[in-house]
Design a protein around this ligand. Structure first.
Ligand code: HEM
Length: 412
């Protein structure tokens, strides 16, 4: 990506026209412009993703809706994923799944990317739909993997194309969610704490079609983003033993006082160095590398007119690796996130891995929690060795070419 961006930035500056997703597009790696566009969501600009993406996520997938409905659904997502809910509904579940997975890796060779995918997949099935059965979860996951592939492919539904397979998978997911809704309607006496039940019970009733798209979009938005970031964090600490050592120091100190008890929210919020590692992972390898918008009218910016209907691509991954904003941007250095003089986090306003404005990611805190808990149990309970050298590719999304194959040993 940097190979594509750098020559253009040198030639044209940080905002320039190019071709992306088959369309002339205004690309920006200018943090001020990006912020301004995101803050004008629903006014001068609106979210506009590719045709295949919109078809896959459905008419009411959160990123596809605008105006009042977006504000309402966004508010519901923020509420359902707020820190108090993470603390009461999610944390123990994330922890149990991570503890079981980490224990099962010891003495084995594992592809960490697949394992993280499994952890997040099971977590989402349980938290969103209250699914416990492994068979049911595997079935959902199979459909889900096929569904995810449609998002970046060409939207032609000939048999055998990824798009056709993905749309079939989408139908299968729809059927499961309609069934889950009917179960809840027919058996209101069954006590469940999942997000679908909370959505149906706590909020003013939404049309069923909206609920289905909302749940599928959450499944999608919270899946590959978190699981890939978990794997990437482990890749970076594996490549930087000095970072691993400091991370382990912080996590060992927390584990030492636990005597086998579970982590508390206070333990989690005390993981300062771990949060620096997470920030640095998200900066170096943004799993959501760009935000797509379209201008809704002729818009003036810095003496230029952006005509109505212009496709605008805000490239946070370019900003995050620009030496103008981050010293030695290609060096993995979690210390850049800590102000040692004032003993607090450094706030880089140009750092926007979770977007901004009215569409700021409602799952940001959940993603951070998942990564931190994985790191806690991995570094305190295990050591590991790379079985095969691996590297990160960036297209279409950052991923490990070999899936990060590790041999895992016990440290206890
Ligand atoms: C490292 C992990 C994650 C990253 C980097 C990430 C990034 C983003 C970004 C950049 C956006 C804004 C898109 C735009 O403005 O066009 C977004 C939106 C969204 N994210 Fe995340 N996300 C992550 C994890 C999650 C999780 C765990 C969930 C939920 C379970 C989630 C749910 C959503 C939803 C529902 C939206 C749409 C908000 C709206 O349009 O109103 N994300 N995410």
């Amino acid at each position: 990506m940097l190979d594509f961006l750098q020559p253009r930035i040198s030639r044209y500056g940080r905002i320039f026209m190019s071709h992306l997703f088959g369309k002339p597009s205004l690309l920006s790696v200018d943090p001020e412009f990006n912020k301004w566009v995101m803050q004008n969501e629903g006014k001068l600009f609106k979210a506009m993703y590719t045709v295949s993406f919109r078809k896959a996520i459905g008419k009411y997938g959160l990123i596809a809706v605008h105006g009042d409905l977006q504000r309402k659904l966004h508010g519901i997502a923020v509420n359902l994923l707020a820190p108090d809910k993470l603390r009461s509904h999610y944390m123990a579940d994330v922890e149990s799944r991570v503890i079981n997975s980490v224990a099962s890796w010891i003495g084995e060779e594992v592809r960490l990317q697949d394992e993280c995918h499994k952890i997040v997949s099971e977590l989402m099935c349980k938290q969103l739909l209250d699914l416990d059965s492994i068979e049911e979860m595997e079935e959902i996951d199979k459909e889900f993997v096929a569904f995810t592939k449609t998002v970046l492919c060409f939207p032609i539904a000939f048999p055998g194309t990824n798009f056709a397979k993905g749309m079939k998978a989408r139908k299968a997911l729809d059927t499961k969610i309609y069934k889950a809704i009917k179960d809840r309607e027919d058996h209101p006496e069954v006590q469940r704490g999942d997000l679908l039940t909370r959505l149906l019970r706590e909020e003013k009733p939404l049309p069923t079609e909206v609920v289905v798209d909302f749940i599928i979009f959450l499944l999608f938005a919270g899946h590959e983003t978190s699981s890939r970031s978990m794997t990437l964090a482990v890749k970076f600490i594996t490549d930087h033993p000095e970072v691993l050592e400091r991370l382990r120091e912080e996590q060992d100190a927390i584990a030492k006082n636990k005597k086998g008890e579970r982590l508390t929210w206070e333990d989690y919020t005390s993981m300062n160095y771990t949060q620096c590692v997470i920030n640095e992972t998200l900066r170096m390898s943004s799993v959501s590398p760009m935000v797509l918008r379209e201008s809704t009218e002729d818009v003036e910016f810095d003496g230029h007119t952006i005509p109505k209907g212009t496709h605008v691509v805000l490239m946070s991954n370019g900003v995050h690796r620009d030496s103008e904003y981050f010293t030695s941007p290609l060096v993995f250095n979690p210390d850049r996130w800590w102000d040692f003089e004032n003993d607090k986090f450094v706030n880089y306003t140009c750092f926007t891995p979770f977007g901004g404005g009215a569409r700021l990611c409602p799952g940001a805190q959940l993603a951070r929690l998942e990564i931190a808990i994985l790191l806690h149990y991995l570094v305190t309970r295990c050591s590991w060795k790379l079985v095969k050298e691996d590297r990160i590719t960036e297209f279409p999304l950052p991923t490990l070419v070999e899936g990060l194959p590790l041999r895992v040993f016990s440290r206890l």
